[in-house]
Design a protein. Structure first.
Length: 240
């Protein structure tokens, strides 16, 4: 095993690279359902705005019908007053009915203003709805495309994961079992992070601390497994 140390370390480095890539792909895959949900949420929001605006339109229509009814009632009242006017006996009575008619006309003019206001609001709301419906169609279309590309991406990643798994099995099989065990223990101690790190110019790239000169010299001989005295990872020499 001693003579083979360099080879064994390079197997571990390969294994680590495969596992790091696997983890990163798994992380991206776990994010996919959230990404799809976010896309749907955007669409639902536009849908809700359209529904809100449609209920505003319905409310305005109802209000308009109420005004129409009031206006009709007032016209009939006015007609009755006009008839009364023809049969009055005194000037006082005549003046009082004239006043009545004026009041009714004033009321109706107010109602007409309200009706016009209602129609204006309906127009504006219809425009908002039309814009939102366009927005909805465009968004639905782009979401459809985006989902398609996300699904393609998922397929590619799953394929890559399967390839990496084959590689991982192959590389693990080449490692000395004892060394492999140490590798996994150190990886575990680093919360799944790096277990094997290079040393360049006497600096450990796991913790960026300078190695003692003696250890650095021994590392050059590459006879036994070496560990960083600070971060306790497996170290290997990488020429600068
Ligand atoms: Zn270190």
């Amino acid at each position: 095993m001693l003579n083979n140390m360099k080879g064994q370390i390079s197997i571990l480095v390969k294994l680590q690279k495969i596992e790091t890539e696997t983890d990163s792909i798994k992380l991206k895959l776990s994010d996919v359902s959230k990404r799809l949900e976010t896309l749907d949420d955007g669409l639902k929001e536009v849908e809700r705005t359209i529904e809100d605006q449609e209920s505003i339109i319905n409310e305005l229509k109802k209000r308009y019908r109420d005004y129409e009814f009031d206006a009709q009632m007032n016209l009939e009242l006015e007609k009755k007053s006009q008839e009364k006017l023809r049969s009055v006996k005194t000037n006082r009575e005549y003046q009082s009915i004239l006043k009545e008619i004026e009041d009714i006309k004033a009321k109706n003019s107010k109602i007409e203003d309200e009706m016009i206001g209602c129609l204006d609001l309906m127009d504006e709301t219809e425009k908002v709805i039309a814009t939102k419906k366009d927005e909805y169609l465009q968004l639905a279309d782009s979401i459809k495309n985006e989902k398609k590309s996300i699904n393609q991406e998922v397929e590619q990643r799953k394929k890559k994961l399967a390839e990496l798994e084959t590689d991982r099995k192959g590389v693990s099989g080449m490692a000395e079992p004892e060394l492999l065990k140490k590798y996994f223990i150190i990886k575990e101690q680093n919360q799944g992070g790096l277990a094997v790190v290079p040393v360049k110019d006497a600096v450990c790239h796991g913790c960026n601390v300078n190695l003692p000169p003696q250890l650095y010299n021994e590392l050059h001989r590459c006879e036994t497994l070496k560990f960083c005295p600070i971060c306790h990872r497996i170290i290997y020499l990488k020429e600068s």
